[in-house]
Design a protein. Structure first.
Length: 161
């Protein structure tokens, strides 16, 4: 029996950087890890329609948390006049007690990002399954894996003699 290795762990530090850059004492590690996970859940829940591919966090020694949001739709994250990103920053500061700095990185080619492509296919599948639209035929991976389509007809068998 072979040893299975998680793909992210296998590539970490070689092809892919860490998504969280910070150091903590052993007694503070659990608290900071749970803060980091809760912060990611909060951002993803609040900005679920913004096309977020990745969230990177970095903690400095002076209790400042830097959050980098990689998104396909930066206008939704920023909001009108920067109001949405300011409100998000204030909520995160109030919730975790640290100074929070948010930077937004636009993904230039969102069709090449696996997370965003999967989210788009899932949305199209949901629309097709709920009967709202016949959108699943526009998504090539969805059309290949769709179980609702009828199987192709079998070729006629040769007559037996």
């Amino acid at each position: 029996m072979g040893h299975k290795v998680h793909p992210n762990a296998f590539r970490l530090g070689v092809f892919r950087p860490w998504e969280a850059n910070w150091f903590a004492n052993p007694k503070d590690y659990t608290k900071m890890l749970h803060e980091d996970l809760e912060m990611r859940r909060t951002i993803l829940a609040r900005l679920r329609n913004a096309g977020i591919a990745k969230i990177e966090t970095e903690r400095s020694s002076n209790a400042q948390l830097t959050v980098t949001i990689h998104t396909a739709k930066p206008g939704i994250v920023i909001g009108k006049g920067g109001s949405s990103v300011d409100q998000l920053r204030e909520d995160l500061e109030k919730r975790f007690g640290n100074r929070v700095r948010i930077s937004i990185q636009e993904i230039k080619q969102p069709e090449l990002d696996a997370q965003l492509a999967e989210a788009g296919c899932a949305a199209l599948r949901w629309l097709a399954a709920s009967g709202i639209a016949r959108a699943a035929s526009r998504c090539t991976p969805c059309a290949r894996t769709s179980t609702s389509a009828a199987p192709p007809p079998r070729p006629p068998s040769a007559p037996s003699v």
